[in-house]
Design a binder for this molecule. Structure first.
Ligand code: PHE
Length: 455
């Protein structure tokens, strides 16, 4: 493996912002609120926090300590532990690249919707507008339909931006954009939350969101959702956190950074959940239907239900619509950049080719694949790739990480390392979590996923 002088973050705060920027993404805005609501409301907090403490933070710490000690992207870091494990670093890095190709498509939709917000072009039937007029969805993955030029335009803009940020490098590109976009994102979300909770009907939505249903805590599926969300939401198992921590100066408090990243991400999740359900409450009340009928997640929430709510808000609805879709774009760009960096750093460490060249080649390649997603079959491709990666990619990688480090390398070495640079030390409990608890939980999740697939 080639040796290069490693770039560095300008400050520890820059690193934390970048890590939080990666963690805060579409999942915080359109996935968490619905998970909380549908998994027992307030009662979901029990599995959620247990998942954070037994898997989220320990794995985040694991990835931080690997990257920081080995001073490399995922493949180089594993290579430095043992030549045989380099592949374990390539797997998440390549997965990052694959996710990137469709993440840009979703962001392009959001970018288009910022523009469409101004005259609420989606009209009355937002469902029909999104699928038929906007996406021009074809009949299936084998029917490409036609290229949607507005979507392709958005993808082009986003890839250019992404290319530019990564081209500028770690502190001048990635750190800078996070320093701008994250505060902006907080401001936008706060505006949406304040508007949301002052709408008539907000309380109805919030009651629905938080009222605990304790029976749910006994359902295994709810625990799976909690662990899955924590995993996905903290961008674990993607090589990102390993790569980002490899750019930290030698003396950097890793333990504290892991806690801060996890809590900042959770804070975002709760804030958006409040905003989303206040707004859904308003919609339910103004249409005279129960919240259950309008509560949904993901694409349906962002591109079908929310456009309708914004139309119901009257005059300022367009402004809030534009703010909401901008929030999606901003949250997404910082995640895109992290996905790109995980792959770019891996290639750069391997080949010793300059950042600028690698970023450019990776961008051209990624962009070419993204073009496929601007066809009428884009949504189908997304579904196929996403289901595969979520079900197997991240969980399998997390599991292998725990096994390889816990059983074939040494959690003790990594714990000593992270404690030597941190103010507050972590104890033996961490080794126990990484060696026994987390792999057990992940194995169960994997087994259930496989069982559901074949039954
Ligand atoms: N953590 C992001 C979210 O919550 C998703 C993501 C996963 C982004 C992996 C990058 C890498 O939406």
């Amino acid at each position: 493996m080639a040796e290069q002088k490693r770039e560095q973050w300008g400050s520890k705060m820059g690193f934390i912002l970048a890590a939080v920027g990666s963690a805060v993404g579409l999942g915080n805005i359109w996935r968490f609120p619905y998970l909380l609501y549908s998994n027992g409301g307030g009662a979901f907090l029990v599995p959620y926090f247990i998942a954070i403490f037994t898997t989220g933070i320990p794995l985040l710490l694991l990835e931080y300590s690997i990257g920081h000690k080995m001073r490399g992207s995922a493949p180089l870091s594993y290579f430095r532990m043992n030549k045989k494990w380099e592949w374990l670093g390539w797997w998440p890095s390549i997965t990052s690249f694959v996710i990137l190709t469709y993440y840009t498509m979703i962001l392009s939709w959001a970018l288009n919707y910022v523009y469409l917000s101004f005259n609420q072009a989606w009209g009355e039937d937002t469902n029909n507008y999104f699928f038929n007029d906007f996406l021009k969805l074809s009949t299936g993955p084998f029917d490409l339909g036609s290229i949607q030029w507005t979507i392709l335009f958005g993808i082009t803009v986003l890839w250019l931006l992404n290319w530019f940020i990564c081209f500028k490098g770690v502190s001048k590109g990635i750190e800078r954009i996070n320093k701008v976009l994250l505060p902006l994102l907080i401001i936008i979300i706060l505006i949406i939350v304040v508007r949301g909770v002052t709408l008539p009907g907000a309380a109805v939505g919030l009651n629905k969101l938080f009222t605990p249903d304790w029976n749910k805590v006994l359902e295994p599926g709810v625990w799976m959702d909690a662990y899955g969300q924590v995993f996905y939401s903290l961008s674990i198992g993607m090589g990102i956190m390993i790569t980002y921590s490899s750019y930290l100066p030698k003396k950097s408090d890793l333990n504290n950074s892991a806690l801060m990243t996890a809590f900042a991400n959770s804070g975002f999740e709760f804030l958006t959940a409040i905003g989303v359900f206040a707004i859904l409450g308003f919609m339910a009340v103004s249409q005279g239907v129960p919240v259950d009928e309008v509560a949904t997640q993901s694409i349906g929430l962002a591109f079908v239900v929310f456009p309708k709510v914004f139309s119901l808000m009257g005059g300022l609805g367009s402004v809030f619509a534009a703010l909401f879709f901008s929030a999606l774009v901003f949250a997404g760009i910082t995640s895109c950049v992290s996905l790109t960096e995980a792959f770019v750093a891996a290639v750069k460490d391997k080949t010793n080719v300059s950042r600028k060249k690698v970023v450019t080649i990776v961008s051209v390649l990624g962009y070419s694949i993204s073009v496929l997603y601007s066809t009428g079959a884009g949504l189908y491709f997304l579904d196929i790739v996403d289901a595969f990666i979520n079900a197997y990619g991240l969980i399998v990688i997390g599991l292998l990480e725990c096994i390889v480090v816990g059983w074939f390398f040494s959690t003790k070495v990594l714990r000593k390392h992270t404690n030597s640079v941190s103010i507050y030390s972590i104890g033996l409990w961490w080794d126990v979590l990484i060696r026994y608890v987390t792999p057990t939980v992940l194995t169960i999740m994997l087994a259930v996923n496989i069982y559901n697939e074949i039954k």
